[in-house]
Ligand binder design. Structure first.
Ligand code: NAD
Ligand code: 89V
Length: 343
């Protein structure tokens, strides 16, 4: 068995999950880590027993000795780090949001393409077990051709305690969370032609919007709604579950709370439990996301070894990022935004 060697840049809040995921793969080894914050670098190094530690990404790349880099920093550094990977001939995974702007994202895709290197965006929500189950159920054809959908994430969970930077940006829920929900909508119902969005800031203690409602016109002719909120106190706190509703020509599908999937046809309703596995290092309620980290990492390993393009390649993610950009534009102008024109 050949071991694939990786380096991880950004030892913050979420990277711990990525380190656990890599540790679970027998044929992948993280050989070096990097963070400009010495305390975080030290903690991660001790926790996962990594001795090669760098406070500067340029020095990490200069020393080399790894087959891919996993960029787990926040968005401001993504472009520079992907460009560094390209310059050093290293395949890269980059966390979402891939880039601040579509222009940056296009430049990142182009530079990796030019270098002939694989690039995957860590867009993991579509890898969640319940979302894969929705896709599989749709693909059986039981509900026929879907003509309507809803992808809903509504919560009052305190995301700011783990990720304080989320309270600081002018953009919040669409860029951070809605980006996943929009990607799920694309994954389930296909690409999007145009969209219309409305946003609200309910929580006065943050700078960006914490609620958004987005109407999507899919190329297939289906219409869907993506609605996301961190301002919704509900009888049952569902963080971080995405609920899905699909109506098709022959039936319907509902992904309800607590990972219950109903598929209804003229024969009746079949209910199944599509709960994620609680991995040994995971904790509720994050286990759904944590399991999807392991799944996307396995996919990356398979893509690298088999020379396949990742599902959420940089080029693919431009189409998700375009939906984010279009949502902010539509909310500002109150007009319907053409997606193709952005790409
Ligand atoms: P964080 O601020 O806790 O961690 C980021 C770390 O990167 C920090 O320790 C910081 O010092 C380091 N860093 C930043 N720029 C650097 C640079 N140029 N060189 C070296 N180190 C650098 O952030 P986080 O909450 O862990 O989020 C990181 C990324 O992961 C964000 O893009 C966020 O959106 C994403 N995220 C994804 C998911 C998911 O499910 N996919 C969940 C949470 C966060
Ligand atoms: O997935 C994310 O990017 C996270 C969270 C689920 C908390 O919004 O920031």
């Amino acid at each position: 068995m050949t071991t694939i060697k990786g380096a991880l840049i950004g030892c913050g809040f979420f990277a711990v999950n990525q380190m656990h995921g890599w540790a679970d793969l027998d044929d992948v080894e993280i050989v070096a880590i990097c963070d400009r914050d010495p305390a975080r670098l030290h903690d991660m190094g001790e926790r996962f027993n990594i001795s090669r530690r760098y406070d500067d990404a340029a020095a990490l790349f200069a020393d080399g000795g790894f087959d891919f880099v996993d960029i787990a920093t926040t968005v401001a550094s993504h472009r520079a780090l992907v460009e560094m990977a390209a310059a050093n001939g290293v395949p890269a995974i980059c966390q979402k949001p891939f880039a601040r702007t579509l222009d940056d994202a296009k430049a990142m895709v182009a530079v990796m393409n030019k270098a002939g290197l694989p690039l995957m965006v860590h867009e993991n929500f579509r890898w969640q077990t319940p979302i894969r189950a929705v896709k599989a159920a749709l693909e059986t054809g039981a509900i026929g051709t879907p003509f309507w959908g809803r992808f809903s994430f509504r919560s009052a969970f305190d995301v700011f305690s783990g990720q304080p930077y989320l309270a600081e940006g002018q953009r919040f829920i669409i860029e951070d969370l809605g980006i996943h929900t929009l990607d799920i909508a694309r994954f389930i119902l296909g690409d999007v032609e145009s969209l219309t969005a409305r946003t609200r800031r309910v929580n006065p203690a943050i700078k960006g919007e914490d609620a958004a409602t987005i109407l999507l016109d899919h190329t297939s002719g289906a219409t869907s709604i993506v609605d996301v909120s961190y301002a919704s106190r509900l009888s049952q706190e569902l963080f971080p579950q995405t609920l899905v509703e699909l109506d098709g020509s022959a039936g319907s599908l509902r992904l309800h709370a607590d990972y219950r999937l109903d598929v209804t046809t003229k024969e009746g309703t079949t209910t199944s439990d599509v709960s994620p596995t609680l991995l040994p290092w995971a904790s509720r309620p994050w286990h759904n996301i944590q399991e999807s980290v392991a799944a996307i990492q396995e996919h990356w390993r398979d893509c690298l070894t088999q020379g396949k393009a990742p599902e959420t390649s940089g080029a693919d993610n431009l189409k998700t990022l375009a939906l984010v950009e279009a949502s902010y534009r539509s909310a500002e102008t109150r007009e319907c935004v053409d997606i193709e024109a952005l790409l």
